[in-house]
Design a protein around this ligand. Sequence first.
Ligand code: AMP
Length: 525
Amino acid sequence: MFKEKLKSVKDEYVTKGYWQKKTYGELIHEWADKYRDRIAVVEGSEKITYKELDVLSEKLACFFIKKGIKKGDSVIFQLTNMISLPIAYFALFKIGAVPIPVYPALREREITALAVCANATAYICVEEYLNFCYKELVNKVFEETESMNIVIYEKEIRDYCFSERGEYKCEYEKPEFDEVALLLLSGGSTGIPKLIERTHADHFYSVRLTSEICRLNESSVYLGAMPLTHNFFLCGPGLLGTLYSGGKVVMAEAASPDEILRLIDEEGVTITSLVPAVAKICLEMQPYFEEYSSETLKIVQLGGAIVEDSLAQRVEEVFGCKVQQIYGMSEGIICCTRLDDSDDVVYGTQGKEISEADVVKIVDAYGMEVPDGENGELIAKGPYTVDHYYKNVHSEKFTEDGFYKTGDKAVRRKDGNIVILGRADELINKGGEKVMPVEIEELLKDFEDIKDAIVIGNDDEALGMEICAFIISSNPCLTDAAIIEKLKQEKVAEYKIPDLFIRVEQQWPLTAVGKIDKKELIKML
Ligand code: AMP
């Protein structure tokens, strides 16, 4: 019965034209036929055309098959912004292996949990990035993960693709359009990771819509300033949307203002996407890089975390471009402002749903829809929003009728535009990176000298939020540096390390009903 219902929903998405019966492997082939010798991707002085991207990803697909990767395998995908990244994505898409894109900042603890959860068999990884050597990390993950048996470093991919050796064509089983293309990470996971299965068809639908809303075309130049292993920068329209439109993707090695401003000038960038924290740094640094022009820049997308009205306005003024506010998540639903929206909408809202088939509701604590103008939690369903997590974990995040509960507090204005107000839960959004307090609390409580710990997000001008750890310690000599060192030894991503440690004597302040008074803790700040 359930399977039949699912099939009829899928059929409807196909009939209505939301889902195309194509995989990303077929799409890159189609785009190569259409855009042929146009430049698809640029990294420094290296460039590849659409034809080369298709041919090289086919060649790499054969290499992956030879290495033992096959249809249905989960693959940890930790590449940084470089030409090998799109080649490797498409090679995996072609053979139906499923990349789990992870940020360069993730470390042993997180990667191992993901690899175990998804039974990953392969790890595709950069060797070194921002002074961190990944080989030791890979070795550790291999030691702790039974299923993992193939490692392929980026250098091997590059050498293989650009050498004469190897096969350019081989036989392999191809995936279907409605099979899983990507296993994405949900922000702020703890314990068992929340992985999100996105199919070729549903994912590409959001790519198609966002490209059309941004009016991308063959003259578009997208700057991949932030990690292209994050869904916002991969598909909103990002890397994939630019390739769908015949534009050019420019890879920035790191999200640093000098690199971003230089590439905008040198490559004639027309569109880029930034989290607010990075946009702020670019604004601050712009006067020091006045030699770089941003004349070609038409759109800066701002999203991933709360965008202040003044920031959107300043970006438009300083860069002489249009801002597009975008709100979305790896689970699917995307809302954004449109290019012809008024300043009031662009500066003060996150716009509207991208598909006519999206169903977005703002609900109260009982799940009842509230009238426009009233606050509540945003829940959503539709043709590119998942209705369950991989292996059905955390089913409490979905309603019985298939809505994803975002955990975001929002209000719908009378004109239909949505304003995101913050989180309904405790998730800390630190410059776009998501951290669940309980994960850090548990790590802290594992230390001998720490009797109890509470982690809270606090407003921060630069990052939006910072992580504050309140601790009750049995050792008055315990220093912040010692705690940080211990956390580093636990091999967690560095962005999760608290920015501030506050000692609390003896016991937590309590509310009248005996609960820990977090408001009182925040006052201590
Ligand atoms: P992720 O799946 O990592 O992209 O995280 C999605 C979460 O990021 C959302 O549920 C929001 O909490 C937050 N987020 C994304 N875009 C925005 C935005 N424009 N304004 C406020 N929060 C945002």
